[in-house]
Design a protein around this ligand. Structure first.
Ligand code: FRU
Length: 520
């Protein structure tokens, strides 16, 4: 038995005892089994896509697809929360509700600084939400607007809705932004079955003119949903930006099911032109995340210029099994917020995602372990003192050319979540087949692989491990794997073992992460 085991067993017994102790309430809000502690979740019921991400007056707004009436998809409305630091969220009342046989599907929100819509009041700009009206009694989706003059607290649907209607059954998820050079609003909206996104412009958010279409291109196996279009800074090129077009796909992602692809190119205010590769087919697609659980990712508008970051997050689930994930009384979480940059490599662009720095405020006690010339199993007993709950781990490995090693999380007597670093195979594979509850859907267990490379002979991995998810950011975010896991054993041991070759050095540093629901 290795030295970690007794410690883990003691922690596990203590946790089991604490949870069963008289007076401990299993259903205390945000303490339920699998309740994420630093990822956003609704207090109860079903959630899917992030919507209406916009910054205004010191607050990051997060609206989201929400069922106010149940814990499965249905009665789609916009739930609402705000945060001042992207780490801690305050729940607000449902912003937009299903009404008159029209559900409130995904969309965006803007601050109408010039009051082009005329909805402003007392010299203050209105917030305007642009969303898809999904008609439940006829095969129709069209675009609607609603406005708020009290910092998003209450909303009025526009009497002239819809503002854009092409008579289509599938036509949804408008993302709107102000295009400064042409002095007008631009909408990118998805035409899912056609595998196209359409661009429109408007002087006032009420009248829209068709500009151009993009697609089919990249991954076309699944329907196209939740597009976004924004400029992203290019790394190591001061002041240089490229336009990135995001297209989420309902199926056909690398690890199966839904996923998020992107295109890099230019936007002239009318048309998006992708740089190669933008051919057809899965091989030519560029993917934002290699895990199973990152979908409908969209970005925040109006982040202050002196901040300058392009921030986004995604829905941390997969259309294949989202309705069946066995959490209660809520279902689904958002990923952690991430800041985007572009990295040029041979052969192409990488969309680099870094967890927002604000999450560092959740860091607590930390331990660092430095290892040399490792083959076989590492002794991580010290690290395991801080990985007894949600944690962050930074690791840097210096492997030999033939190295294969397994970094295992949440290992216990019967469960483990395994990251296999395969240097000759140039890939990182997450295996969640033995990660805990996996039997609720046949598509849940399995593996997901990301292409990885060594930089200066090293591989960096930064992991965020919450009660029911793991996100790994490789080489400062050039490859990301986001995955749900549902461990049952409450055993939190980390394990690192080299199965081929060796690691010349390995540095691992872990931090306890505080619960965002109680952090000050
Ligand atoms: C993506 C999606 C969107 C739609 C919304 C409905 O997950 O299908 O295209 O607007 O969910 O909830």
């Amino acid at each position: 038995m290795d030295s970690r085991r007794p410690f883990c067993i003691v922690v596990s017994i203590a946790l089991v005892f604490l949870c069963a102790a008289p007076g401990a309430r299993a259903e205390e809000p945000y303490r339920e089994k699998w309740r994420p502690q630093f990822h956003f979740t609704p207090a109860k019921n079903w959630m899917n896509d992030p919507n209406g991400l916009v910054y205004y007056d010191g607050e990051y707004h997060l609206f989201y697809q929400y069922n106010p009436e149940g814990d499965k998809w249905g009665h789609m409305s916009w739930g609402h929360a705000v945060s001042r630091d992207l780490a801690r969220w305050e729940h607000l009342p449902v912003a937009l509700r299903e009404e008159n046989d029209v559900m409130i599907f995904s969309g965006s929100a803007v601050v109408d600084w010039k009051n082009t819509s005329g909805f402003g009041k007392d010299g203050k700009p209105p917030m305007v939400a642009i969303y898809t009206g999904h008609h439940t009694k006829k095969p129709l989706q069209n675009q609607h607007i609603a406005y708020s003059t009290d910092r998003g607290r209450t909303w009025t649907k526009f009497a002239g809705n819809p503002v854009l209607d092409i008579g289509a059954k599938d036509f949804r998820d408008p993302k709107v932004f102000w295009h400064e050079p042409t002095g007008r609003w631009v909408m990118v909206v998805s035409w899912p079955v056609q595998r196209k996104v359409r661009f429109y412009s408007s002087p006032n958010l009420k009248e829209w003119t068709h500009l151009a279409d993009f697609g089919p291109a990249g991954s076309t196996a699944g329907i196209w949903e939740c597009p976004d279009l924004f400029p992203v800074p290019v790394e190591n090129k001061v002041g240089e930006k490229k336009w990135v077009l995001i297209v989420n796909v309902g199926s056909g992602a690398p690890a199966g099911g839904s996923g998020c692809q992107f295109f890099v190119g230019d936007f002239d205010g009318r048309r998006f032109t992708a740089e190669a590769p933008a051919g057809k087919g899965k091989e030519s697609a560029l993917w934002a995340d290699w895990g199973r659980d990152f979908y409908a990712a969209v970005s925040w508008g109006d982040v202050p210029k002196d901040d300058g970051r392009r921030l986004w997050l995604g829905w941390m689930s997969n259309g294949e099994y989202a309705n069946d994930v066995p959490t209660s009384p809520w279902r689904s979480a958002m990923s952690i917020p991430r800041a985007l940059t572009l990295r040029k490599t041979d052969p192409g662009w990488l969309l680099v995602q870094r967890p927002v720095n604000e999450l560092e405020r959740l860091r607590g006690e930390s331990v660092e372990v430095r290892l040399k010339d490792l083959s076989g199993a590492a002794n991580l007993a010290e690290l395991n003192k801080v990985t007894t709950g949600p944690f962050e781990l930074e690791s840097e490995l210096e492997p030999s050319a033939e190295s294969v090693c397994d970094l295992k999380l949440l290992t216990g007597t019967a469960e483990e979540t395994v990251f296999r670093v395969d240097i000759p195979g140039r890939k990182l594979t997450l295996d969640r087949t033995r990660s805990g509850r996996v039997d609720f859907h046949k598509r849940f267990p399995g593996t997901a692989s990301a292409p990885v490379r060594l930089l200066d002979g090293r591989l960096k991995m930064r992991l965020f491990v919450d009660t029911s998810s793991v996100e790994v950011f490789v080489n400062d975010g050039e490859a990301v794997v986001t995955s749900l896991i549902l461990p049952t054993a409450r055993e939190y041991c980390l394990d690192l073992r080299v199965t081929k070759g060796d690691l010349r050095t390995a540095t691992l540093r872990a931090w306890k992460l505080a619960s965002a629901w109680t952090a000050k």
